[in-house]
Design a protein around this ligand. Structure first.
Ligand SMILES: [Zn+2]
Length: 414
């Protein structure tokens, strides 16, 4: 699994080496971190059990979201001065270093939309120089592979983000059973199905590698509360993956209290039903008074663009309204999933019910892709798609009236 090392040093690998224009570099909000000089590896703590789990905290995959870096540094300092209870390993990795230096979501490409196997493979053999985010991807890929190669126990990834709009913290997961087990420990709403809308996320790439992954949206970009909530997420992830001796750290208890007090909707599980895609030139502007998890009615005006008002195509809860000038996701609409369905789906997955999916109306096996089905949306509507989700499938393609649904990798609860 070892790949060629990045050809540039950790501190000097920016495709655009211009000076930082982030006013808050090194300020209190960024925990004293100089975002123009942040290393790829933020830190590494080795616990007292060599075969223990490894938790990777990934921070700043989007360059205007530095809260995770500060949070990691805080946890690292705490565990360095008082290492009691640490039995697994903790590694902090930085995402988009070039964009962090400029306080931009990205410079050329969104670093959380380009993790396709073919692209990663091609970049491993491409000579430098390459575009800004391709270089970031290559270095991050190398750093991740190094962690995987060294790990003797199971590897977990906590992908830390923040949002441009208000609405509290939430966790995001590709719905595999191992991902679920970790995500359910966070006392915040859980969002399923985002990966069907977004191609090339690092989370989906790592899930396919067998890493257990949870994304965590810690609050608004520059809100000090986002650092506090991201820190809480790290403590909970450390505990949940077994990197801490059970009951050994007061911080874990405090972390649950912090997140539960601010986001007290622990049983809320939602699934993405709609994404408003923004084209670069369409003058998208969100209505100014919206926040995540606010109920919306079908037909309600949520934003505007050069071609007129943009309305909600159906009722539900709003997620991640966009209040920044970069990004292709205007907003999402989600629906609540009753928690009982998660238990039902766990049982169904254990029974191998996917053997019978082709009997559903409008569903047939894919002739070329193993473990995949073609779904004709004229006959198999919402319910059939829900059935696929329950059984751990995700949409990997859409063409006109047909969807291609494939089984997620890493299905087994290990
Ligand atoms: Zn982000």
């Amino acid at each position: 699994m070892t790949t060629a090392p990045p050809t540039q040093s950790k501190l000097e690998s920016k495709a655009e080496p211009s000076p930082p224009d982030r006013p808050s570099a090194g300020s209190k909000e960024t925990g004293g971190i100089d975002l123009a000089r942040v290393p790829r590896e933020l830190g590494r703590l080795v616990g007292n059990d060599e075969t223990g789990p490894t938790l990777i905290c990934l921070a700043g995959l989007h360059g205007n979201e530095p809260a995770g870096l500060s949070a990691f540094v805080r946890v690292q300092e705490r565990l360095t001065s008082e290492p009691e209870g640490l039995q697994g390993h903790l590694v902090g990795l930085t995402g988009n270093r070039g964009a962090l230096a400029k306080n931009r979501r990205y410079l050329v490409h969104d670093l959380n939309r380009i993790w396709n196997r073919d692209r990663v493979a091609a970049l491993r053999s491409t000579p430098v120089p390459v575009e800004a985010e391709d270089q970031e991807l290559r270095e991050l890929d190398y750093a991740l592979q190094s962690v995987l190669d060294e790990a003797r126990g199971r590897v977990y990834l906590l992908d830390l983000h923040t949002t441009s709009g208000p609405g509290g913290a939430f966790a995001i997961l590709d719905d595999t059973l191992p991902n679920r087990e970790i995500a359910m420990d966070f006392p915040v709403p859980l969002v399923l199905g985002l990966e069907e809308e977004l191609g090339g996320t690092l989370a989906a790439y790592c899930t396919a590698l067998g890493i257990t992954v949870v994304g965590f949206e810690a609050g608004m970009h520059d809100d000090p509360l986002a650092v506090e909530q991201a820190e809480a997420a790290i403590w909970i992830a450390l505990d949940s993956c077994g990197a801490l001796q059970p009951g050994s750290r007061l911080e874990v208890e405090q972390a649950h209290e912090v997140l539960a007090a601010r986001n007290g909707v622990s049983s809320r599980i939602v699934e993405v039903r709609f994404r408003h895609h923004i084209d670069r030139q369409d003058g998208f502007e969100m209505r100014p008074d919206l926040s995540s998890f606010r109920p919306v009615e079908a037909g309600e005006v949520l934003a505007s663009s050069s071609s007129g008002p943009i309305t909600a195509p159906h009722s539900g809860l709003l997620l991640m309204p966009l209040y920044q000038d970069q990004g292709e996701d205007g907003f999402f609409i989600v629906s609540e999933v009753q928690p009982v369905w998660l238990s039902v789906s766990k049982v169904l997955r254990g029974l191998g019910m996917e053997k019978f999916l082709h009997l559903l109306p409008g569903v047939r096996r894919h002739p070329e892709l193993p473990g995949s089905f073609i779904v004709d949306r004229r006959y198999a509507r919402w319910l059939a798609r829900q059935m696929f989700h329950l059984l751990g499938f995700r949409r990997v393609g859409r063409q006109g009236r047909t969807l291609v649904m494939s089984r997620r990798k890493d299905q087994a609860a290990r």
